[in-house]
Write a protein that binds this ligand. Sequence first.
Ligand SMILES: O=C[C@H](O)[C@H](O)[C@H](O)COP(=O)(O)O
Length: 231
Amino acid sequence: MQPANTKQLAAERAVTYIQDGMIVGLGTGSTAAYAIKQIGARVAEENLQITAIATSQRSEDLARELNIPIVSFEDIDKIDLTIDGADEVDEQLNLIKGGGGALLREKVVATNSRELIIIVDETKLVKRLGKFPLPVEVVPFALAVVKRQLEQLGCTASLRMQNNEPYVTDNGNYILDCSFGEIQLPAQLHDAIKAITGVVDNGLFIQLAKTVISAYNDGSIQLFTNDKRSV
Ligand SMILES: O=C[C@H](O)[C@H](O)[C@H](O)COP(=O)(O)O
């Protein structure tokens, strides 16, 4: 028996929450891409009437290919529902995001959404965040000073590279991937990083997810809501 495509399963379940007339936030990454494809299928097959806002250029490009109408914050106020992936999810549904470099737009969209549904496979569920290095988006001019200040918070920070060049985000910034090990107090760490001048944002999403949909290799799906859950 083939193992289930867990990312696709979680994504397809999340897309059932979308209804006609909604403004939908489109996440970024391999799991979110399954959701965008499924939204495209519903637009084509059911004539689903939605507009969407994307958290990255690549998600926007994919949505446009699938004839999903795209809007910007000039056109809308609140987003009804955002579906996005994550790199880690803890027991309080705090997240690490930004493995794909889209954390800033993802956080702008998440914080302006009435509801954020996170889609993951079981490998992303953790007791405590931090095994996955925390992405921090940094203004290039401030890179060296920000790196030093981040390391004073107890991490090793490495500049994300792509094709032997620093990786540049959709916003023209760099990413420092910060290995903290187990993060004991994610909300405090989030605030301490945000307080560094030259940091644009970081990949800690504290109490933003309302629902997490996790899919398992046996094909089952579990939903967690923002109350406590056990792994
Ligand atoms: O910047 C990228 C995002 O935060 C992604 O949602 C996250 O990295 C998860 O990506 P994937 O679904 O490819 O594991």
